[in-house]
Design a protein around this ligand. Structure first.
Ligand code: NAD
Length: 503
């Protein structure tokens, strides 16, 4: 069975024109070819057809970009008022909002996500992140600190702190939600007065390139935002180890996060890491099942399960297990699978044939266990990288499918018989990850106790993965270092200088 309809919706002319243009590197405010002259091709994961040719930069291009970013750090950007910086970030948000359709279609074609998700959850989120951090640009300040005046000739001291931009930031981003991953780094970096070199995921660079054009259009000074598209092992690795970079902001797999950390050790650059997840969804018998079922289906299958926050492990009380698993399975079976540009598509393709292979490897591993295959379990006939939403019931935490991040549409459901919160929490916390999670119950006391026992950076009650620019987001254990979003997300782009005056 193929997921492709006979008439595939084509993108708007504006989108096609963007795709057809020459995609170069953005260095020091100029669009330039990579020194090697190499390019790579981008495909639509729904149709496996060519959509764009993009410059493939390497280590020598990273060198050029670092020079440009260091120069810009000391240029007009450093003397610009915070009000002007705020205004530029807000203008960037406006410019993106007016390209809502273009950016939506780029995300859909590049990544495969369904159009409404791209428009309302992905691009709209990017606009909101920019506006949120535009507000912070004028509110960054230090403190005055009372200290004992030992040795002061006239018995007085004044100590104050200032918050300074951390410097040149290297941003390395993944393919699963291309635009917000870039903006979550760019927006606080601009608010803090940093400059940036972005290395977007090699297979989904298009929305980042659009942002590059918009930064020029709104007048962000040359060299403040630079883009080097290219491979992780080449351009990415060069950026992570570069002595001219002061901080790396990385989102991606835990495996590559560890490589980044080692590469960053050379000059002890600061590092924030947003990594993988395998988040629990705990359903107590008194939960509102009419909310649990759609909530759990969305938690597991949003972005085809290629979502770091995905609720991929459900722990459901025995009393409601059958109702919940059957309800989520009937939603999963009813999802319209197809190309993201089709208006009725709810589940798009996975990003690549490699990802299909990885996900199908897990599904086959699941089939070989005692788990029940409740729905799905197959890839669709090509073209397109489609995999059915798949649910395994009666899973246990010793199974590979329950322990490892699959990053595809696979949900593992397991039962618990009594509501011993410690033993549920032990299972929730039994993977290497601690990113997200949710608890579903009408009993606020049980729900809050459970939240306190789950070792994750973000746990929701009666919803999953609440995201807002004001809510700090990040992982515990091997899900990451530090937080993005909120004030904490801004803090990681600032450093503190303390000054003491004696008088
Ligand atoms: P990935 O780790 O393979 O790649 C991420 C980025 O790192 C890409 O730009 C890639 O080119 C680059 N890269 C690869 N090797 C590198 C190296 N040696 N040096 C420097 N850079 C290198 O991840 P992915 O497959 O693009 O994304 C999926 C992963 O991202 C999943 O594990 C997912 O959970 C995670 N993720 C986490 C969050 C979060 O906020 N915690 C959000 C989205 C995705």
């Amino acid at each position: 069975m193929s997921a492709l309809p006979e008439d595939i919706i084509t993108p708007a002319q504006e989108t096609q024109d963007f795709l057809d243009q020459k995609h170069q590197l953005l260095i020091g405010g100029e669009w330039v070819d990579p020194i090697s002259g190499e390019t790579s091709t981008i495909e639509d994961p729904a149709t496996e057809t060519f959509i764009a040719e993009v410059a493939c930069g390497g280590a020598d291009d990273i060198d050029r970009a670092v020079v440009a970013a260091r120069k810009a750090l000391k240029g007009e950007w450093s003397t610009m008022t915070t009000h002007e910086r705020s205004r530029l970030i807000w203008k960037l948000a406006d410019a993106l909002e007016t390209r809502l359709n273009l950016c939506t279609e780029l995300e859909v074609l590049d990544n495969g996500m369904p159009r409404p998700i791209a428009m309302y959850s992905i691009v709209a989120a990017g606009v909101n992140y920019l506006r949120y951090y535009a507000g912070w640009a004028t509110k960054i300040h230090g403190q005055t600190i009372p200290v004992s005046p030992g040795g002061a000739p006239n018995g007085g001291t004044l100590t104050y702190t200032q918050r300074e931009p951390i410097g040149v930031v290297g941003a390395i981003t993944p393919w699963n939600a291309p635009l917000p991953m870039v903006i979550l780094k760019l927006a606080p970096a601009l608010a803090a007065g940093c400059t940036m070199i972005l290395k977007p995921a090699e297979i989904t660079p298009l929305s980042a390139l659009l942002i590059g054009h918009l930064t020029k259009e709104v007048g962000i000074p040359d060299g403040v935002f630079n883009i080097v598209t290219g491979h992780g092992s080449d351009a990415g690795a060069a950026l992570a180890e570069h002595d001219g970079v002061d901080k790396i902001a990385f989102t991606g797999s835990t495996e590559v996060g560890k490589i980044i950390l080692k590469a960053a050790a050379g000059n002890l650059k600061k590092v924030t890491l947003e990594l993988g997840g395998k988040s629990p969804v705990v359903v107590f018998p008194d939960a509102d099942i009419d909310r649990v079922i759609p909530g759990a289906a969305r938690a597991a299958f949003f972005l085809q399960g290629q979502n770091c926050m995905a609720g991929t492990r459900m722990f459901v009380h025995d009393d409601v297990y059958e109702e919940v698993i059957n309800g989520v399975a009937s939603m999963a079976n009813a999802f319209n699978i197809g190309p993201g540009l089709n208006p009725d598509t709810e589940i798009g393709p996975l990003i690549s044939s490699d990802q299909v292979e990885t996900v199908m490897g897990y599904i086959e591993a699941g089939k070989a266990t005692n788990a029940d295959l409740v729905c799905g379990g197959d890839a669709l006939t090509g073209p397109g990288h489609f995999v059915q939403p798949t649910i395994f019931g009666q899973t246990t935490m010793d199974m590979k499918i329950a322990k490892e991040e699959i990053f595809g549409p696979v949900l593992c459901v397991q039962k618990f018989a009594d509501s011993d919160l410690d033993s549920i929490a032990e299972q929730c916390n039994s993977t290497i990850y601690g990113l997200s999670g949710s608890v579903w119950s009408q009993d606020i006391s049980v729900a809050h106790q459970m939240v306190n026992k789950i070792d994750s950076g973000q746990v929701a009650i009666n919803c999953h993965a609440a995201v807002d620019p004001a809510i700090p987001f990040g992982g515990n254990r091997q899900s990451g270092w530090g937080r993005e979003m909120g004030l904490e997300g801004l803090d990681s782009y600032l450093k503190t200088k303390s000054t003491t005056v004696m008088f």
